[in-house]
Design a protein around this ligand. Structure first.
Ligand code: GLC
Length: 455
């Protein structure tokens, strides 16, 4: 009898309890990320001392710049045109619903008035608390706010140097015998995060970056850090980079280390799932050119069309898009970025319904002519290519109540097609050529959206 009791208890603690906790955790993550999964589209802002050299936010590491030399950027940092209200208006006009600013990047420079270091914007000619002003301005425009925080720090004396993979002083003999106090670094790093989550009001997102090699999870004392963050900001959404580097792995598990996955500069093939085949929240972060931090020479701008396709591609797989801007040393978002965002915004104004609150239409395969997004009994066909003829929506025959062009609400007539596989009941053709039967270009050059209401 006793044995059976022990066996049952063992079973409970070894199998049922963890499974239960896992399920609770998963539901918590879904609850927390609910608004964020509706909002779908956010602005990433990479801003720091690196905006002055204008060769990307990794410049200190790439060019192995010593502190003394990097110091000139600190001494001159003065973004006289910094006007976060304008940034917030731009984001809002582009259809973005939240924004994440680099409070501190790997260079270690704090854009807020940290009490734990002198290396901060308030000690430069700028004198301003960039983070506070950003938060106030974006909140005032009704956007949700988040902060990016680098757990890597290339300025702090207690961060590993000689043997580190990325530190600007890696392999530098001068630092070979350098003694560091890791506990001191951790106390400092946790302390800075604490300042951000306690002194700056309600934060919606905290975006940690990043882990590599052994520098991950326990090394950061990540569980303790996250507990602390959540104790002050219970509803805050956290990304997953205290654990991994955001690359897509085969062994994804729901964990306490973060709420969402972070693919970078690309869109996954399908919805991201965990080992138990459950959908996981995710967000692709993407640059508008090829640089996160401001770069003067990088003029490889993506087209507004490719941005819209990427956003829709993400949504069609239940994901978000965090689109980056890199303001220059004066605090201006580059003109080319503004132009792209304004174009995206024009499209979003007329077609946002096919993005916000939408997710994958899992009952359908991705069609060759574009993307499908869905919200309840509404299915949105995003016709991106080819821009002629008609499109077939397999599987919808007989199930459709009506079809409208989303951008103007006009009726779209449908038909079956005499030369293809039109006879099959399964097929359902949206034919813009009707009723005139003359070829004409699609109403929207970038992505023409049809709203299908199901019966
Ligand atoms: C990488 C880079 C970093 C950038 C980030 C954005 O982790 O280190 O510079 O901020 O990606 O996702």
């Amino acid at each position: 009898m006793k044995k059976i009791l022990f066996l049952l208890l063992g079973l409970y603690f070894a199998v049922l309890l963890p499974a239960q906790t896992g399920a609770n955790l998963y539901n918590e993550i879904l609850d927390r990320t609910e608004w964020w999964r509706q909002d779908r589209f956010g602005m990433f802002i990479h801003f720091g001392l690196y905006s002055i050299p204008a060769r990307g936010e990794w410049v200190k590491s790439v060019e192995k710049i010593p502190d003394e030399q990097y110091q000139i950027y600190f001494e001159e940092f003065n973004p006289v045109d910094y006007n976060p209200r304008e940034w917030a208006k731009l984001a809002k006009k582009a259809g973005m619903k939240y924004a994440v600013l680099t409070a501190k990047h790997h260079e270690g420079f704090a854009l807020w008035d940290t009490k734990l270091s002198d290396y901060k914007s308030t000690n430069t000619p700028c004198k301003r608390d960039i983070v506070r002003e950003f938060l106030d301005a974006f909140r005032a425009e009704g956007l949700k706010v988040g902060l990016y925080f680098s757990v890597i720090d290339w300025h702090h004396p207690d961060y590993p140097k000689y043997d580190d993979m990325h530190h600007p002083m890696r392999g530098n003999e001068k630092f070979k015998k350098d003694k560091i106090d890791w506990d001191n670094y951790l106390a400092f790093m946790h302390g800075q995060v604490k300042e951000l989550v306690t002194d700056y009001g309600h934060l919606d997102i905290m975006w940690f970056d990043f882990s590599y090699g052994d520098m991950k999870a326990e090394k950061w004392e990540a569980e303790k850090l996250i507990k602390m963050v959540r104790s002050y900001q219970p509803g805050i959404i956290l990304n997953n980079r205290l654990l991994g580097d955001g690359t897509i792995e085969n062994d994804r598990r729901v964990s306490v280390y973060g709420d969402f996955e972070t693919p970078e500069q690309g869109v996954p093939d399908a919805c991201i799932k965990d080992v138990d085949n459950r959908f996981l929240p995710w967000e692709t972060c993407l640059t508008l050119n090829n640089s996160w931090g401001y770069s003067r020479i990088d003029q490889n701008w993506k087209s507004p069309e490719s941005i819209i396709h990427t956003l829709v591609n993400c949504v069609s797989k239940d994901g978000n898009l965090l689109l980056n801007v890199g303001p220059d040393a004066r605090g201006n978002i580059p003109e080319s970025s503004i132009k792209i965002l304004n174009k995206v915004g024009e499209w979003m104004r007329l077609n946002g319904e096919s993005v916000y609150g939408c997710g994958s239409a899992s009952a359908f395969e991705k069609p060759e002519w574009g993307f499908i997004t869905q919200k309840g009994n509404k299915i949105y066909l995003h016709w991106t290519y080819p821009k002629i003829g008609h499109i077939n929506m397999k599987g919808l025959g007989g199930k459709v109540k009506k079809v409208r062009l989303l951008r103007d609400g006009s009726e779209i007539q449908t038909e079956s097609n005499w030369w293809g596989d039109g006879g099959t009941e399964n097929n359902f053709y949206v034919n813009l050529n009707k009723p005139t039967y003359q070829y004409f270009p699609l109403p929207d050059d970038m992505d023409t959206v049809f709203e299908i209401e199901l019966k």
